[in-house]
Design a protein around this ligand. Structure first.
Ligand code: NAG
Ligand code: NAG
Ligand code: NAG
Ligand code: NAG
Ligand code: NAG
Ligand code: NAG
Ligand code: NAG
Ligand code: NAG
Length: 652
């Protein structure tokens, strides 16, 4: 900075303007955000200079910590973290001690404070429970060398994705031109075998990223799979994910050094690969407008009282609110397509326009439904798509069905239950899990007020008519399911929750088959276990209730892994819980959190789903391994149809 100040001063002298030190405007180049304004891709050090330019502010810290500590009172899994049960013991975090530490640490910038809090919620490894400050969720760092784990000649190793050239070119010329301008040849790295990353064994490096940056999934092995590049559906398109090693969420590394054997070479080489960050935030021109656009609270940051005049109806409709269970993956915001050579060649069947892509494999007997998400734009459309695909499978004589759940981050709870019931037949009764929420003192007051005010499920998730009794009868809206509350002891702490209930998802939008459309032993699940929330609940229902075969690809050789990622039951975003508090008339209660002064989300897992096999244990903590594990190969790692054809031969 001093150098550019001098330079600007000289310029002023040359053009002969008067030099009054107090009147010199701040030189543009002194504003680190102005320097990167308007750029789609930013050199990481420049991005960090902008992010770290906002001073630490004690008022903002007190505001954020007050919201966060109040909302943790609603978190269903808090007490598990005191001593997380095996095999999830890595996720042990002393949450309240960490909050107290963050409340008193001295930070050099607002970023450092937010990053510390972000880090603490990341190592909970629960994608439903995270501090997500919009201000600092504005970049994804991208390495032009995404890594994958492949079995070649019977041995598993880490490679730079063999399709890197096709894939990286899809990021666009603004990205690739930068590497050309600095003379960095990333194309030659495609397919290289990786011997070390940052001086570590590449699998050990994946372990490190899985433990410090991936978050989202309780199981370590599942997080390792998130480190690799992988195929997915993003929005309604096939897409390739960079993975957490090559596509981390902060621009805080300039380079990554790898020792590699280039494809077809036997000579070890050390390469220092530059990152270039992709900008994901709102447009800005300088620090002040960056703050306004991305960081300052706006009219949608906080919840509202749905019953108050101006916000009446903001809840949306006369329909019940729809419970969601989904993770937030920032890499969805600038998603890149799956290179053409890897798109399925089998023709799509009916119902493949949105988040589900269905095919009949060339063997003519295997139907595939790639369910990319349970959060479509069109809730009923998802159901029509399932019906259309299954009808066509039946019409064309399909006898076995693969469900691909790779990188399915979840979505509407009832669509997971819908797919389960459609495949298993309506004769199974309620297609979901026993569920509860935490009955902390403020939650108990909310339930009381919701009942007293006659608020129903179109305005509140606390309203009893969201739920059914364990006899599968909708609760009357006068039934206080928190009285008496249910008490248990978890890791020595007293946990207080509601009585148990089921979701009410019926009636569905399509006629449900009473019997399974396919013999359930001929339905199998494949994927990379990065299957979160509603996806984890769907796969658990299939596994626990029908012993459905599950095949998981990838991971770390020799390391056990779960078949599902993170299985809360329902997430409430900060605006959701804040609206519950305000709508029930408790905004001024001493236990209520203040409005957030910054643009951020503190989401939390608000409900627990209990295992069907062991109704004392949340499914999140019920360890279940897939019956089948396969390594990825050059043929299958990015080619869904090849993977399905391989799986069909192995599983049926
Ligand atoms: C800290 O943030 C608050 C709330 O946005 C603001 O009013 C105050 O001016 C800030 N303090 C400083 C020293 O910038
Ligand atoms: C943070 O510290 C302040 C005192 O400086 C205290 O009033 C507040 O309750 C603390 N908040 C948390 C969440 O510990
Ligand atoms: C957050 O975690 C990352 C990854 O481990 C680490 O590099 C960074 O220093 C941490 N930042 C803070 C403020 O704790
Ligand atoms: C490596 O050799 C194989 C077979 O000779 C060839 O098909 C492939 O294109 C080569 N790969 C590279 C990156 O040169
Ligand atoms: C943001 O900037 C981009 C590129 O400069 C432009 O295409 C886009 O329309 C702008 N968006 C808004 C909301 O102004
Ligand atoms: C918030 O403000 C933006 C822009 O001023 C507007 O487009 C949006 O509809 C507003 N949202 C609400 C919920 O009022
Ligand atoms: C919500 O449901 C209640 C009846 O249960 C109804 O009176 C009210 O109009 C509904 N709200 C909206 C916005 O449709
Ligand atoms: C596919 O959808 C079309 C249009 O809705 C319909 O006419 C056709 O019968 C469907 N095909 C099968 C095999 O179900």
């Amino acid at each position: 900075m001093p150098a550019s100040l001098v330079w600007t001063g000289l310029l002023f002298m040359v053009v002969g303007l008067p030099i009054l030190s107090s009147a010199i405007p701040a030189p543009r180049s002194a504003d680190p955000c102005a320097k990167i304004a308007g750029q789609a891709f930013v050199v990481p050090a420049d991005a960090m200079a902008c992010l770290t330019s906002f001073p630490f502010n004690e008022t903002l810290r007190q505001n954020v910590m007050s919201v966060v500590s109040n909302i943790f009172d609603f978190y269903t899994f808090e007490d598990y973290y005191l001593n997380s049960p095996p095999p999830f013991q890595e996720s042990t975090v002393q949450i309240r001690q960490e909050l107290a530490r963050i409340n008193t640490t001295q930070y050099s910038s607002d970023y450092e404070f937010n990053r510390d809090l972000y880090n603490v919620t990341t190592i909970l490894n629960d994608g439903h429970t995270r501090w997500l400050p919009s201000c600092y969720q504005t970049f994804q760092n991208l390495l032009p060398a995404p890594v994958v784990t492949l079995e070649v000649n019977g041995e598993q190793n880490v490679f730079i994705a063999p399709d890197s050239v096709e894939f990286i070119n899809l990021v666009g010329t603004e990205y690739t031109d930068y590497f050309a301008s600095i003379g960095f040849d990333w194309q030659r790295l495609a397919g290289a075998r990786v011997l070390s990353i940052a001086g570590m064994d590449p699998y050990a490096y994946a372990d490190l990223i899985a433990d410090t940056e991936t978050g989202n999934y309780l199981d370590h092995g599942v997080r390792v799979n998130s480190c690799w590049s992988s195929y997915r559906i993003s929005g309604t398109d096939f897409s390739q994910r960079f993975g957490d090693i090559a596509g981390p969420g902060f621009p805080d590394r300039n380079t990554l050094t790898m020792e590699v054997l280039l494809a077809n070479s036997t000579k070890k080489e050390t390469v220092t690969i530059p990152f270039l960050a992709s900008y994901l935030g709102e447009n800005f021109t300088d620090s002040a407008s960056f703050w306004t656009a991305n960081c300052a609270a706006n009219n949608e940051t906080n919840g509202v009282d749905f019953l108050s005049g101006s916000d009446l109806g903001r809840a949306g409709s006369s329909l019940p609110k729809r419970p969601r269970a989904v993770i937030k993956d920032a890499s969805q915001r600038n998603a890149v397509g799956l290179p053409d050579p890897f798109l399925p060649t089998a023709p799509p069947v009916n119902g493949s326009e949105a988040v589900i892509k269905s095919f009949i494999l060339p063997d003519k007997k295997t139907g595939v439904m790639f369910v990319g998400s349970f959060e479509p734009d069109d809730f009923n459309g998802f159901q029509f798509d399932v019906e259309a695909a299954i009808k066509q499978f039946k019409a064309e004589g399909v006898s076995q069905v693969l469900i691909d759940l790779s990188n399915n981050g979840g979505g509407f709870v009832c669509l997971g239950q819908f797919l389960h019931e459609y495949l298993a037949g309506s004769k199974i009764g309620n297609p979901g899990f026993q569920s509860t929420n935490r009955a902390n003192p403020l939650a108990q007051k909310i339930v009381e007020n919701v009942i007293a005010k006659g608020i129903t499920s179109n305005f509140s998730f606390y309203a009893p008519d969201n739920w059914a009794s364990l006899d599968n009868v909708m609760l009357p809206n006068t039934f206080n399911y928190d009285q008496p509350p249910v008490t248990s002891v978890i890791n020595g702490a007293t946990y207080i929750e509601s009585q148990r209930f089921f979701d009410v998802c019926t009636p569905f939008a399509v006629d449900m088959p009473e019997e399974p459309p396919f013999d359930l032993s001929k339905v199998a699940i494949v994927g990379n276990a990065d299957c979160a929330s509603t996806c984890a609940m769907f796969s658990t229902l299939m596994f626990e209730r029908h012993q459905t075969k599950v095949a998981i690809f990838g991971g770390k050789p020799g390391l056990a892994m779960e078949y599902k990622g993170m299985a809360g039951n329902q997430v409430l975003e900060w605006t959701d819980i804040d609206s519950e508090i305000k709508t029930s008339g408790l905004a001024n209660d001493p236990l209520a959190p203040p409005d957030l002064l910054v643009n951020a989300d503190f989401r939390h897992n608000w409900r627990t789903a209990y295992s069907f096999l062991n109704e004392k244990v949340p499914i999140a903590y019920e360890s279940e391994h897939p019956q089948f594990r396969f390594p990825f190969t050059v043929e299958t790692y990015m080619n869904p149809q090849n993977l399905w054809e391989f799986a069909a031969k192995q599983l049926f």
